[in-house]
Write a protein that binds this ligand. Structure first.
Ligand code: HEC
Length: 163
């Protein structure tokens, strides 16, 4: 269910305004990412993800590919790494939403993946890790801004709150 909803959120990010109503009920990843704690994500990544992934610029593949620059990069982003067909078949970029889905349950996101990792159940930790992965770049991708307004906003309430 959640994956379906995330798919819709992605479609909306890609510009489908028709889905705006549906998107209003999705997990609000943009504001959540804004409050995520990259330091907590880093601590976890260095303990767990780093068993299989180097995190530094130009780092070598271990069991998995180097993760520097993965946020906003293409799927299967490391040149020369022997990715599974499942991951190579994924189109498009690693957006925040895609990473959120991937790290929830890798083998549900990409059935047949070689990443032998069950996923991270804790949503806050998942966001912390994504916020950390974002920093692994010379030019970190901008944080997403909430594009979708809450439906049926009371105009008078908005006016009252105006400065
Ligand atoms: C047991 C080893 C292992 C662990 C632990 C692991 N990974 Fe992976 N990871 C892999 C492998 C192998 C792949 C390549 C998967 C494929 O080709 O299907 C991968 C792929 C990825 C990718 C896709 C990279 C790309 O270039 O498209 C991301 C992102 C990723 N891992 C993030 C993480 C994060 C974040 C963690 C920690 C929460 C983690 N991984 C933990 C082995 C691991």
């Amino acid at each position: 269910m959640r994956r379906v909803v995330l798919g819709l959120a992605m479609a909306a990010t890609l510009g489908s305004h028709a889905l705006a109503q549906t998107v209003a009920i999705t997990p609000p990843i943009a504001p959540l990412l804004a409050t995520a704690d990259p330091a907590a994500g880093e601590a976890y990544a260095k303990k767990v993800c780093a068993q299989c992934h180097s995190l530094n610029d130009g780092g070598k593949a271990i069991i998995g590919p180097n993760l520097y620059g993965v946020v906003g990069g293409p799927h299967a982003h490391m040149a020369g790494f022997n990715y599974s067909a499942a991951l190579k078949a994924k189109q498009g970029l690693w957006t925040y939403d895609e990473l959120f889905a991937w790290l929830t349950k890798p083998d549900a996101y990409a059935p047949g993946t070689r990443m032998a990792f069950p996923g991270i159940k804790n949503e806050k930790l998942r966001l912390d890790i994504i916020a950390y992965l974002r920093t692994l770049s010379h030019d970190p991708a901008p944080l997403p801004t909430p594009e979708v307004k809450a439906p049926d906003v009371d105009q008078t309430a908005t006016a009252r709150n105006a400065p």
